[in-house]
Write a protein that binds this ligand. Structure first.
Ligand SMILES: Nc1ncnc2c1ncn2[C@@H]1O[C@H](COP(=O)(O)OP(=O)(O)OP(=O)(O)O)[C@@H](O)[C@H]1O
Ligand SMILES: [Mg+2]
Length: 605
């Protein structure tokens, strides 16, 4: 889970927070309330009218047909009013509720889109998906059914009390005693069920995460025959979900409905007894008894409904807590200063004593200093884990360095908003991602009418056009989930085209040509040299052959820049670069030799 600095939200403040989301739609909710009030008033009038008919017409047997007709007409009229307003208030209320959930979901996704990249290191995608889909869904449940039930229930209960008090205030006092009993039950239920629902929700998000992780790594699971292990892990979560769920069913079925029914029956017996004893001294009107029993019956209605909704309310409280905790998670987010008007100068990049620690662990970069001149080609080489990608991560402000200063165009990067900073860069990351959609949409990520001509030019310049045009549907080809129908090299070419179409002033290439065959790589290199004019390039490379003509080569080792210079200088002096260079050269020669040997053996056979 996320690290939090704030105290956990209580149920009440969660609820208050939810209410603030309905404020933008307050006119709609107000209208729904008014309609609800009318519907309830009409409902309350009906037993009263029936009582009048009983007491004034039927019991005294004074059949004044006009009077009777008028009263019956009124009963019918109130039924119609109740039905009509009930319908429209439900409609209005639910519509408003959906709007609220829509807003929450939108805000949640927008928030996630702006999360610092480091948050995703800790928060698995399956869990996030669960937050944005399942949790907002139970919020919908709560807004669409629970809130209206609670509001309607409390209004109805109030209306019933007023009606009973008008009938006989002693009866009202008697019925008042019911309320604490029912409220205590609800309170107890809340307390007992909260951790259970928490558990259910937690397990669901674990299950989601299991699934999404297994799906992503399916080829690996099958290759290493780990189906059983992953199945076991899944079953553990699933069983735990099952246990929580059975417990919740036990509490629900034992507690709620039977209990309110019991209280209801006891009350009914008490009332009849009270009427029996009262009628010994004074005559009790039969209409009053009817109306009273009718009101009491109606009184238990909302309680029964409320107890059924309590479950959803509990689920929704847990969900909204998770949602709000996610929304409140501002950790690692930095202030966005106002944009610079003039960033037209040469895009020099300078690191001054920059140190970076990802987690509490070791330093990924320690006191790194270098200057990459604007319009020049700077290469970064070094062993795996030496911190090359980390330099790129800091430049893009995906992570925050703890020490030192990073300047772009002479300005410290934290002095400009992320959007302006990132606009300068065209990034080809080490692991290029392909989104769902066509190749065209993957090169121009804006999702707005992509400029096909621009996309084509970019694809041609990085030599991606060759493979794209070979596809039957060309630029409209859908490369499958995660680009599964493309080779790794083709994905890299697409990523290069994407960076170019972005028309950046600085290229950041992290192993951008590592998976491309030598022939295409030569072509891409030539193309890059061509488009590079006036642009700054920072390229991370494993294969030293690709950076030999760089204006500057930085050699990294264990988070430090240990050497810098041009290729000829660096090979002629002892050091990491020379070792790497010689090692790669031997490897290539061996490979060459092996091929020759293989060919010789083949021809001899
Ligand atoms: N997101 C992260 N969270 C924690 N540690 C990280 C993270 N990314 C990288 N590191 C650590 O930082 C160090 C430098 O990693 P970096 O990715 O910069 O290496 P690299 O030089 O790009 O390696 P490679 O050539 O394999 O891509 C490594 O020890 C790595 O374990
Ligand atoms: Mg790397």
């Amino acid at each position: 889970m996320l690290n939090r600095h704030e105290a956990p939200l209580s149920g009440q403040s969660t609820f208050r927070r939810l209410v603030t989301y309905s404020l933008p739609h307050k006119a709609r909710f107000l209208a729904a309330f008014v309609m609800l009030g009318i519907a309830i008033a009409a409902e309350m009038a009906i037993p009263w009218l029936v009582k009048t008919i009983l007491d004034e017409v039927i019991v005294p047997q004074q059949f004044d047909w006009v009077h009777l007709g008028l009263l019956s007409g009124l009963v019918l009229g109130f039924y119609v009013i109740q039905a009509v307003f009930q319908y429209f208030q439900a409609l209005t209320f639910r519509h408003g509720a959906l709007l609220v959930v829509n807003d929450v979901r939108k805000e949640l996704f927008e928030h996630v889109l702006n999360f610092p990249i480091r948050t995703f290191d800790k928060l698995p995608s399956g869990k996030l998906v669960s937050y944005i889909t399942n949790d907002t869904e139970s919020l919908r449940d709560m807004f669409v059914s629970t809130m209206p039930t609670i509001i309607q229930g409390s209004l109805r209960i109030t209306g019933i009390f007023i009606a009973i008090a008008l009938l006989d205030w002693r009866l009202m006092l008697l019925s008042l005693a019911l309320i604490p009993v029912l409220l205590l039950t609800m309170h107890w239920y809340r307390k007992v069920s909260m951790p259970i629902f928490d558990g259910i929700r937690g397990q669901i998000s674990n299950i989601n995460n299991n699934i999404s992780e297994s799906l992503q790594g399916m080829a690996l699971i099958q290759a290493f025959q780990q189906e059983k292990a992953f199945q076991d892990k899944f079953e553990r979560n699933n069983n735990s979900w099952f246990k929580f769920r059975t417990r919740s069913i036990a509490i629900d079925s034992l507690m709620l409905a039977p209990f309110t029914r019991l209280v209801g029956s006891v009350t009914a017996i008490g009332i009849v007894a009270w009427f029996a004893s009262a009628s010994l001294s004074t005559a009790v009107e039969i209409g009053t008894l009817y109306a009273f029993l009718n009101y009491i019956e109606r009184f238990f209605d909302p309680f029964r409904q409320l107890s059924m909704e309590l479950r959803k309310l509990q689920v929704a409280t847990v969900s909204s807590k998770r949602i709000f905790e996610l929304l409140d998670d501002k950790e690692g987010q930095h202030a966005q200063p106002s944009a610079f008007a003039d960033l037209t100068c040469q895009k020099d990049i300078e690191f001054r004593n920059v140190s970076l620690t990802y987690d509490e662990g070791h330093k990924a970069l320690s006191e790194v200093s270098f200057k990459a001149e604007g319009g020049k080609f700077t290469a970064i080489v070094g062993h795996s884990g030496s911190g090359k990608s980390s330099v790129i991560n800091l430049l893009m402000r995906f992570y925050q360095h703890q020490q030192g200063e990073i300047l772009v165009g002479g300005k410290p990067i934290q002095a400009m908003p992320d959007a302006q900073l990132r606009r300068l860069f065209g990034l080809v990351s080490q692991d290029p991602y392909i989104f769902s959609g066509s190749i065209l949409e993957n090169i121009d990520l804006s999702h707005r009418n992509a400029d096909k001509a621009k996309v084509k030019v970019a694809a041609e310049q990085v030599k991606a056009a060759k493979f794209i045009e070979r596809l039957s549907d060309g630029y409209d080809h859908q490369p499958g989930y995660g680009g599964s129908s493309l080779s790794t090299g083709e994905r890299q070419l697409l990523a290069l085209a994407r960076a170019l179409a972005h028309d950046p002033q600085i290229f950041l290439l992290d192993e951008a040509t590592a998976n491309i065959d030598s022939e295409t790589e030569e072509a891409v290199k030539a193309a890059l040299a061509n488009i590079q004019r006036g642009r700054t390039v920072i390229a991370v490379a494993h294969r030293l052959s690709t950076v030999q003509n760089a204006d500057q080569i930085l050699v990294m080792s264990k988070g430090k820049v240990v050497q810098s210079g041009i290729h000829d200088e660096l090979v002629s002096q002892p050091g990491d670069y020379r070792e790497l260079y010689l090692a790669q050269k031997t490897k290539e020669e061996n490979a060459h030799e092996n091929i020759n040997l293989g060919l010789a053996a083949a021809s001899a056979a």
